[in-house]
Each structure stands twice: as structure tokens, then as C-alpha cells.
Ligand binder design. Structure first.
Ligand SMILES: NC(=O)c1ccc[n+]([C@@H]2O[C@H](COP(=O)([O-])OP(=O)(O)OC[C@H]3O[C@@H](n4cnc5c(N)ncnc54)[C@H](O)[C@@H]3O)[C@@H](O)[C@H]2O)c1
Ligand SMILES: N[C@@H](CCO)C(=O)O
Ligand code: NA
Length: 823
């Protein structure tokens, strides 16, 4: 025997009832013997409750609502039953509605609605729906029979949520089905869900999940092979898809997991109502009436081997936490008995409990709507203890949520809690309380409500690993480097997704004119167009505020400008657990205290502040210095060529050519700063040697760097970039003289930065063929580190140190390393 149960949405309309009939026919063709349980048409139960309420207050409009219910049912008859049979069925329905109307007249006369009558009124929903569907099924030539569950399910008289008398019920169910099996054609039993009756034949209802309960009771009594719960979603999902867009179907789940998940708000099934079936080890499938070929979710005692260590993540979005603490609780037996005794006596349901072994405090989560009441109750109950100072005031904390991570795979497997806390920590989600039962299949954490969506998505992303981890990027600056970076991300996305399980998603971008924020991602093959058409006027403060508002997990802010004002936002971004990656040197080359503060903030927040491209573009210079420092080496001396622009210029400039033209070429090749005066003045190199010295452990200030000027004063003071180029033209002889003097000695011009004995000096030198800096070409940078461990021969890094591709690539590598760190 196979039991099918169809919920309210499955029997809510003509179309869905057609689906239901098709599913029943399918089973008949497969020759399975079935019994089918139905809920009321979607919305009807609530309408009946409303009608009852109106009837007691004497409002007569309730008849209007009754008419609407009647029309909805008649409409099914008219569309799904052949005309010649309609009269009989309409009369039948009319008869049932008349009974309801008589009952309501009684209620409105005596102005009283007992729970008993309330149950009777709501029973009409299932009775009407099942009657009609039975007629529809029969009219299709399928042998079928309407079965009023009140004749087989016997309960006590606790109206509203009646307790089932299993002994009697099981006997009646078996007897009925035995009799049916002996009847010619063995008609399919179409059964009203939700209702039963007392021994005195008074109508009762079975409470929440009532029709599932009916299916479960009958299935258990008949020892069914399977129970199918047909609903309007493809089974249970790994998380609520409204909160976690990447949630997906769970193919198999255990009873225990289903129970844990549903307690935390996964509403597809209500497992307590399936208890009779669980007890008999009857598998249950959750299926979609509107997508009947989908495999849905199989709920059974053991789940098959899983791909993931956890099964699902669920949440209760709004809870309050009550904290009872005080020195008088330590080592005193009976405090918790008293506490929870009082809560039970006041019918206060506790969602989660946590007590640390110090016994100094107990906290528990409750529905926030009851918080005031709980406080009053506990204040009264513990008045003496509070007065004597044994217990502090009862404290209530609100605006919290609880997230449950559930799965049999967590049992006896280490590292899961570690992963969970680490992900939340790296995303700046503070954990207010924690609970894990010894069953180990549920770890629950209480967090601030405003972090709920971020936490759910971050956890889902990390635990369901076959899905790539998402990095959310915000890019400021879509100039040379920014644009190249976007192109590189676009080209590399597929590789990152498949090989590194990393999904890099650009969710915001801005330049000086427009900004665009799209939490669902911006397509990188058309970002220019989108920024132009959908972007709004740039406001950096607004951009940063939005980033914080979105509160997306694994967020990275990328500053691809040379702007001085953006830097002020870094700290607050890091503070909000957003990593920062930048080729912009401004932040790291201001006062030492600011440099230090950013480092500290990132460290304290567990996020990253990365700037490899501050020195030597994509060359691994910063990482190398940091590596040596971490391993305890000590820096003695740094000597370097750190300007790609100046390297290119002195490798290209010849007597008889224009120095200004060579500078223009460097700019066109993408080597110069947005303002090339920064390169030629030595400012850019000064910043770099300052940053290197700081990374090497020396707290240098900008004024500790001496720049021996390369340029004549008139060039240095040029007010605009065009004026600067004019001055370069005018001073061509000066640059030729420099070059000639070097060449006559057989040497080359090199703009060298040196750091030794706490002093940094930058100057133009001419070096001979024996010098390691002689053999450089193009935009090459070179840096030579003399350290305690690299003393005899220095550690040298050399290669192109400027240009769009190599710089963007260095920024990209920083971004990807954050992806690995967060994983
Ligand atoms: N070119 C290189 O080889 C190289 C190497 C290493 C580091 N860098 C650094 O990369 C950074 C970017 O250089 P680039 O050549 O791409 O510059 P760019 O002038 O081409 O681009 C700068 C972008 O930033 C935007 N921008 C500037 N201020 C802004 C603000 N306040 N708000 C929003 N957007 C703003 C501009 O609109 C533009 O899109 C600089 O800090 C530079 O020092 C460059
Ligand atoms: N303008 C810089 C870019 C690299 O930081 C240079 O020429 O070296
Ligand atoms: Na670098």
C-alpha cells in the first residue's frame, strides 16, 4: 500500500486538481494500490476560521464568505465533471454547505464558539475538497470512494489538537481497508485529512500538519510501503531559497535531520505529524504536484552516503535571548529546575538553551513576542535571589536570530564547528550564544539579526563545496588598471570556478563619473554599457555605505585609483570585515601611524589588506619581504630600481631624441602614474622605498626619505601636465648632458633608491657594467635585499615593474588569495 497526501495548494485550483487526478491515474496504471488523503482547498481553512469569528460577533457578512467558498467548489464541478453528472454533485455539495450554514446560524444566535464547534466548522474544508475530488476521480472511470476520516480516526476530546487513540484507530483503519480489499474493483479510498472524531462521534481536528498526520496514521496502521507528501516545492532544500539563492534540493534526509531542520523553520513538512510513520520506518517522499517528475526528497531512517558533511542550514529569524546569571547559581542544584519549571508552568516554549560549565549563567532563546512576559515571570519567581544578589537582573537581548547547521555527517566528524566559526569570524559575524546537543547533528548559533543573510549565505557557500565559493568584489577606478583587471577576471572566471571552486563576482563598480551597485553581479562582458546606462552619479561615501548595508559575505573592496580621498574609507571597510586590495600607494605612504593602524585593523578583524602592486607592480616583492619578516630574518640594506617609468626612459632615451617624447611613450605604454609628474619627481619611488622599509620593519616617516632631484626646478613646478611636457621639451639639453656624461664613462643612468641605517635616499646615478643594475631593459625593476640570512650575496628580484597587464595581474592574485584564505 502506498499513501498519497495532497496539500492545500495541490487541490487549490482546477489546474492543480487536474494534476492530482493525473498522478492518481498514473499510480493506477502502475498497478500500485493506493489511498489518498486531501487537505482543504488552499485558503479555505483560514476562511472558515474567519467565518466562525464573524458568526460569534453577529456580523452577518459571513454568508458572503460562505458563498465564496461554495462558488470555488462549484467551479471545480463545472469544469471537471461531465455536465450530465453535475446536478447530482452540486446537490451533494449544497447539502454539505447547508449543514455548515445551519451550524453558523446556531453560533451567531448563541454568540458562542466553543473549541468543539470550531473543530466542526473547520472540518468542512477537507470534507468539501475530498467530496469533490472523489466525484472528479469517479467521473474519470476510476473506481473510487469518499472516506470520511471521522469514521476511522478516533481521538480524545481535546478539541483543536486532539490526541489519537491509536489502538482503536489502527483497528478501525485495518478493518475498513480489509473490507475494501474484498469489495469488487477495490475502489481507491479518498480520505479527508486533518479530522477525526471522539468516541461520542464529535468532530475533532489534529492540529498543525493535520493532513500529513492523517496520512501518517493511516500509513502506519496499514504498514504502508511509502507515503508521498505532495506539495508545491521540489522537496526540502539545503536552505530557504528566499534567503540563500544558491540553495538546492536535498535528495535524501533522515527523520532526525528533518526534525531538526523543520524546528528551525524549514516549513515544507512538519515532522512531528509524521511520527507514526517514522516509528514504523516507513519512507516518506516529499514531491511537487506541479513538477511531478522531480525526484523530491526522500525522508527515511538512514540517508545514503552524502557528498556534503552537512545536510541543511535553517534559521529562526527573530528571537530574544534571556540571560539569567549570578554568583548564587554556581554549584547550587535546582536553579535550572526552578527556572525551566516556571517557564513550563507559564507555557513558555524555549527554542535553545546554553549554559557554560562555570554554571554562572544560563541563557535561553524564546519567541520575542513573549519576552516581556518572561521577564516579569522570572523577576517575580526569583525576587528573593535577586534581592539577595545571588542572581543579577534578568537580562533580555533582542533583534537576534538563530542559525542551525544540521546533518548526520557532523556526528563524530571533526572540523565542522571549526569551519563554521571561522567562516562567521572572517565575515565579522559576532556569535552571541552557541548550542550543540550531544546528538551532534545540530550546531545552533545565535547572531545579530542584521547579519542573518550574510551568515546563511557564507555558511551555505562553505559547506556545500561543490558549489564554488563566492567572492564579492567592489571596484573603485575603471581606468587602465581597473579595466584590465575586469578583463582578466572575465577571461579567467571559468578556470577559477572549475579548478579553484571560486566564483569571482563583481557586485559594484565606480569611476569619477558613475557608480553601479548590483548585489546579484555585473556581467563582465558588458559592464561598460551597464555602468553607463544604469549607473548613477558617483558619491564615494554613498558607495561605501551601500557596501556596508549589503553586508554580503566574503566582500573585497578594490581601489584602482591613485586618489588620496579614498584611503580614508579603508579603515571603516576593514572594520566592517571587508578586505581591501589596492595598487594605490597613498594609504601606505602617509604617516607611519596610519599605515600601522590599517595593518592592525585588518589583523584584528581577520580580514586582508593586500597591496603587492604598491611596489614593482606584479613582481612578488611585498610578499617576499613579508615572508622573510615572518620567518625572522632581519633587513640590513635595500637597493632598488623601483620606477618602471624611469627605467623605461633611461633604457630608451638616446642623444638626438626628445626626452619629452620618451616620457610620452612611457605614459602610452601604461607605465606612468595617472600624473607622470609623480614618476619624474621621484615621488612615486619615494613612496615605494618608504613602503618597503616599513614592510622590512622600520617605522619610517615620509620625511625620512631624501629625494635628490632628477628634474630642473622649472619642470618640478609645472602647474599642469601639458605645462610639464612643455618644460621637459625646453630642458632637452639638460637631459642630453646627463646622458652624455654617463656614456663617456661607459655607464648607464639609473634612478636608484637605497635604504640603510634607517635612512632612505633616492638619486640618479650612473652605473658601470660591473654593477648589477647596469643590465636592465624596458620597464624592468630590480630590488636587492641584504639581510642577516642573505648577507654574502643579496636576494634579488627583477622583471617588468609597471604596465597594465602585470599590475592588474598582481591585483588579481591578491584578490584570489583572499578567496583561498576565506575557504
Ligand atoms: N600603471 C602601472 O603600471 C601601475 C603599477 C602599479 C600601481 N599602479 C597604481 O594603480 C592605480 C591606478 O592607475 P591607473 O593607471 O589605472 O589610473 P587611471 O587614471 O587610468 O584610472 C584611475 C581610475 O580611477 C577613477 N577614480 C579616481 N578617483 C576616483 C574617485 N574618487 N572615485 C571613483 N573613481 C575614481 C578614475 O575615474 C579612473 O577610472 C594608481 O594608484 C597607480 O599608482 C599602477
Ligand atoms: N608608475 C609606476 C607604476 C608602478 O607602480 C612606475 O612607473 O613604476
Ligand atoms: Na609587487
Amino acid at each position: 500500500m502506498h499513501i498519497l497526501k495532497f496539500g492545500g495548494t495541490s487541490v487549490g485550483s482546477v489546474e492543480s486538481i487536474k494534476q492530482v487526478i493525473a498522478i492518481i491515474e498514473q499510480h493506477r496504471q502502475n498497478d500500485t494500490s493506493i489511498a489518498v488523503v486531501f487537505s482543504a482547498m488552499g485558503g479555505v481553512t483560514n476562511q472558515l476560521i474567519e467565518i466562525g469569528r464573524m458568526a460569534i460577533t453577529g456580523e452577518t457578512d459571513y454568508m458572503e464568505l460562505v458563498r465564496r467558498i461554495e462558488d470555488r467548489h462549484f467551479n471545480i464541478v463545472k469544469t471537471l465533471i461531465p455536465v450530465k453528472e453535475q446536478g447530482k454533485v452540486v446537490a451533494h455539495i449544497r447539502g454539505i454547505i447547508n449543514e455548515l450554514e445551519d451550524l453558523l446560524r446556531g453560533v451567531s444566535l448563541i454568540r458562542e464558539l466553543t473549541l468543539r464547534t470550531h473543530d466542526l466548522i473547520t472540518s468542512f474544508g477537507e470534507r468539501l475538497a475530498t467530496t469533490i475530488i472523489a466525484e472528479c476521480v469517479k467521473s474519470r472511470g476510476i473506481p473510487a470512494q469518499f472516506l470520511d476520516a471521522r469514521t476511522i480516526i478516533k481521538t480524545d476530546a481535546q478539541f483543536g489538537q486532539a490526541g489519537v487513540n491509536y489502538t482503536l484507530t489502527n483497528e478501525l483503519v485495518k478493518a475498513h481497508f480489509d473490507k475494501v480489499a474484498g469489495t469488487a474493483g477495490a475502489p481507491v479510498q479518498l480520505i479527508t485529512g486533518f479530522i477525526g472524531s471522539t468516541e461520542k462521534n464529535e468532530t475533532t481536528t489534529l492540529g498543525r500538519g493535520g493532513s500529513d498526520y492523517t496520512a501518517s496514521i493511516i500509513g502506519a496502521a496499514l504498514n504502508a510501503d511509502m507515503i508521498d507528501i505532495w506539495t508545491d516545492v521540489d522537496g526540502m532544500m539545503t536552505a530557504d531559497p528566499r534567503k540563500v539563492p544558491n540553495a538546492f534540493n536535498i535528495p535524501t534526509i533522515t527523520y532526525a535531520e528533518a526534525m531538526e531542520l523543520s524546528h528551525f523553520g524549514a516549513k515544507v513538512i512538519y515532522p512531528p505529524s509524521l511520527q507514526p510513520a517514522f516509528a514504523r520506518n516507513i519512507p516518506i517522499r516529499v514531491l511537487n504536484t506541479f513538477n511531478p517528475t522531480h525526484e523530491g526528497t526522500l525522508v527515511s531512517r538512514t540517508a545514503e552516503r552524502r557528498q556534503y558533511t552537512i545536510t541543511g542550514i535553517s534559521s529562526i529569524d527573530d528571537i530574544a535571548l534571556v540571560n539569567v546569571q549570578g554568583s548564587g547559581m554556581i554549584g547550587v542544584a535546582g536553579v535550572s529546575a526552578k527556572l525551566f519549571g516556571v517557564l513550563a508552568a507559564h507555557k513558555i516554549s524555549v527554542i535553545l538553551i546554553s549554559q557554560a560549565s562555570s554554571e554562572h549563567s544560563i541563557c535561553f532563546a524564546i519567541d520575542p513576542r513573549g519576552a516581556e512576559n518572561v521577564k516579569a515571570v522570572l523577576d517575580a519567581e526569583f525576587a528573593t535571589e535577586i534581592a539577595h544578589g545571588h542572581i543579577d537582573n534578568i537580562a533580555i537581548e533582542r533583534d537576534l536570530s538563530v542559525i542551525a547547521t544540521v546533518g548526520e555527517g557532523m556526528r563524530k566528524s571533526s572540523g565542522i564547528a571549526g569551519k563554521l566559526f571561522s567562516v562567521l569570524g572572517k565575515n565579522g559575524v559576532n556569535i552571541v550564544a552557541v548550542a550543540q546537543g550531544s546528538s551532534e547533528i545540530n550546531i545552533s548559533v545565535v547572531i545579530n539579526k542584521n547579519n542573518l543573510s550574510k551568515a546563511l549565505n557564507a555558511l551555505h557557500n562553505i559547506f556545500f563545496q561543490s558549489e564554488a565559493r563566492v567572492l564579492n568584489l567592489y571596484l573603485v577606478g575603471t581606468g587602465l588598471i581597473g579595466k584590465t583587471l575586469l578583463k582578466q577576471i572575465f577571461d579567467q572566471n571559468e578556470f577559477l570556478r572549475t579548478e579553484k571552486l571560486l566564483k569571482v563576482c563583481v557586485v559594484g563598480m565606480t569611476n569619477t563619473r558613475k557608480m553601479l551597485l548590483a548585489p546579484r553581479g555585473i556581467d563582465l562582458d558588458s559592464w561598460q554599457e551597464r555602468l553607463l546606462t544604469e549607473g548613477v552619479t558617483t558619491s564615494l561615501p554613498a558607495f561605501v555605505e551601500k557596501i556596508k548595508d549589503y553586508n554580503l559575505p566574503n566582500s573585497v573592496f578594490i581601489d584602482c585609483t591613485s586618489d588620496k580621498d579614498i584611503v580614508q574609507f579603508y579603515e571603516s571597510l576593514l572594520d566592517a570585515n571587508i578586505s581591501v586590495v589596492t595598487p594605490n600607494k597613498v594609504a601606505n605612504s602617509g604617516p607611519y601611524s596610519e599605515y600601522r593602524r590599517l595593518q592592525r585593523t585588518a589583523l584584528n578583524r581577520g580580514v586582508k589588506f593586500l597591496y603587492e602592486t604598491n611596489v614593482g607592480a606584479g613582481l612578488p616583492i611585498i610578499n617576499t619581504v613579508q615572508g622573510l619578516m615572518t620567518a625572522g630574518d632581519r633587513f640590513l640594506k635595500i637597493e632598488a630600481i623601483l620606477s618602471g617609468t624611469l627605467s623605461y626612459i633611461f633604457n630608451t632615451f638616446r642623444i638626438g631624441t626628445s626626452f619629452a617624447d620618451v616620457v610620452r611613450e612611457a605614459k602610452e605604454k601604461g607605465y606612468t602614474e595617472p600624473d607622470p609628474r609623480d614618476d619624474l619627481s621621484g615621488q612615486d619611488v619615494a613612496r615605494k622605498i618608504l613602503i618597503l622599509a616599513r614592510e622590512a620593519g622600520f617605522p619610517l616617516e615620509p620625511e625620512d626619505v631624501t629625494i635628490n632631484n632628477l628634474l630642473p626646478d622649472s619642470c618640478l613646478s609645472a602647474p599642469t601636465i601639458p605645462a610639464f611636457f612643455d618644460e621637459l621639451e625646453r630642458n632637452n639639453a639638460y637631459f642630453e648632458a646627463l646622458l652624455t656624461s654617463a656614456e663617456t664613462r661607459g655607464e648607464k643612468l639609473r634612478f636608484v633608491a637605497g635604504f640603510e641605517n634607517n635612512k632612505a635616499v633616492i638619486e640618479l646615478r650612473s652605473v658601470g657594467p660591473e654593477h648589477p643594475f647596469y643590465m636592465l631593459s624596458g620597464s624592468d625593476n630590480i630590488v636587492s635585499f641584504t639581510t642577516e640570512r642573505y648577507k654574502e650575496r643579496p636576494l634579488v628580484i627583477k622583471g617588468p615593474g609597471a604596465g597594465a597587464e602585470v599590475t592588474a595581474s598582481g591585483v588579481f592574485a591578491d584578490v584570489v588569495s583572499i578567496g583561498s584564505y576565506l575557504a
